[in-house]
Structures are given as structure tokens and as C-alpha cells.
Design a binder for this molecule. Structure first.
Ligand code: CA
Length: 229
């Protein structure tokens, strides 16, 4: 499994802004891929899934709003986190962008610091398993940065696949996921894995958690959930 840094797609035609934003995002630890029109943005999305997309409102070939509605209309991309960038601060523009499914809005000129803070907040909100914050449930603590898992303050041995599974489930506690959802969310859409693979990793995860194995619940004929209850 490739462990490349998460990428942010910047769709912006003003090169000065592209430069400013790229510098700020790279300094904050992201990969940046910049394109300058909606056609190139769409093409990029056919090959890669960025963690977040920053979308300028006014682009040379088509408006950012048009691209946004195309993205939201596509099952493959409708959960992609999108922040609109706009030179206009008019209330009606914000409403139009949010109506089309933008997750957040930032008005130019903005400070790079504010942009980074907004992106982090959006990731925490939409994809908590990708936010690099420590997460915990009951006696289990998971640190996504050091990839360590502690049970009652003791570090445990855990395999890579089990770590990813735990990371996803601890970010969404008290929610049942089917085997196919877990395959999709943890191993990605393109994984050629059978559903019983999930059972194998759940078994290993329980073993790795030792005394905290009770957190991993089997929900009969549905799937699995992480729960303290
Ligand atoms: Ca523009």
C-alpha cells in the first residue's frame, strides 16, 4: 500500500494565488496538485482522489460552480470535501456555492494560515479518520501520526491492515459497517479482496487489542462496529 502524503487539488487560474496556496499547504505537510481550469480538474479527478479540493469560483473555461455541481452529481465524487475560493464576498454567491454542495467558503484575499485551519477543520468534520489527531475509545488510544496504539497506556503490537481498520472504526464509533463498506473504506475501491478477508482482519484486531477486544462487536448478519456499550 502506497503511503504517499495526502494531496490537495487546487483549481485556480491566478498564478500568484496558486503559488501562495501551494507554499502554505506544502509547509503544512500536504502534496499539492494545481490546475488552472475545470477541464484539467475533471481529468485529474478521473485518476486521483484528492483529500480536499480548493475550487476557484471564476475560471477561464467554466465557472467553479458548474464543476462543483458536476462533481456533486457524480456518485464517485459526491463526498469529496470542497472549499470554494472566491473574490466576491457577496452573500448571494456564498449561498449559490453552498447550495451546489461546497463544504466551506473562503473569500479572497485570505491568509494562508486561515486557509490551512479551514482545511483541517473540514477534514476533521468530514473524514475524521484522516485527521491526524489522537483518537480514543474506552481503554484504546490510537495516534495516527506515530501509528501507535495503546491499550491501558501500554503500546500493543498491531499489523498494518489491523491498524487501518481500527483507525477507521475508532473514527466512527457506535456505527455498524458491513463487510463491503469496510473493504471500501479501509482498503479502497480498487481492492480485489473478498468479504471474508474482513473477518480475518477483525479476528486479528481483536487478538491485538487483548483485554480491549470487547470493543469490536459483531452485529449479526450486518457487519461490525466499535462500541463501548
Ligand atoms: Ca479566477
Amino acid at each position: 500500500m502506497a503511503s504517499s502524503r495526502p494531496a490537495i487539488l487546487v483549481v485556480e487560474d491566478e498564478l500568484a494565488i496558486v503559488e501562495l496556496v501551494s507554499f502554505a499547504l506544502k509547509s503544512a505537510g500536504w502534496e499539492v496538485h494545481a490546475v488552472h481550469n475545470t477541464a484539467d480538474a475533471w481529468q485529474y479527478l478521473q485518476q486521483q482522489r484528492p483529500q480536499v479540493m480548493l475550487l476557484d469560483r471564476m475560471l477561464p473555461d467554466q465557472s467553479g460552480i458548474r464543476l462543483l455541481s458536476r462533481i456533486r452529481g457524480d456518485r464517485q465524487f459526491n463526498t469529496l470535501p470542497v472549499i470554494m475560493l472566491t473574490a466576491k464576498s457577496m452573500e448571494e454567491d456564498k449561498v449559490a456555492g453552498l447550495d451546489q454542495g461546497a463544504d466551506d467558503y473562503i473569500t479572497k484575499p485570505f491568509s494562508p494560515k486561515e486557509l490551512v485551519a479551514r482545511i483541517k477543520a473540514l477534514i476533521r468534520r468530514k473524514e475524521p479518520e484522516h485527521a491526524e489527531l489522537e483518537m480514543s475509545l474506552g481503554p484504546v488510544r490510537l495516534d495516527p501520526v506515530s501509528c501507535r496504539v495503546l491499550v491501558q497506556d501500554q503500546q500493543i503490537e498491531i499489523g498494518h491492515a489491523e491498524f487501518k481498520l481500527l483507525k477507521f472504526m475508532i473514527a466512527h464509533p457506535e456505527r455498524v459497517f458491513s463487510r463491503s463498506q469496510l473493504l471500501d473504506k479501509v482498503w479502497g475501491d480498487h481492492a480485489v479482496l473478498e468479504e471474508r478477508t474482513v473477518d480475518v482482519h477483525v479476528l486479528r484486531l481483536r487478538k491485538a487489542l487483548g483485554s480491549a477486544d470487547y470493543l469490536v462487536k459483531t452485529v449479526r448478519s450486518v457487519g461490525y462496529m466499535l462500541s463501548e456499550k
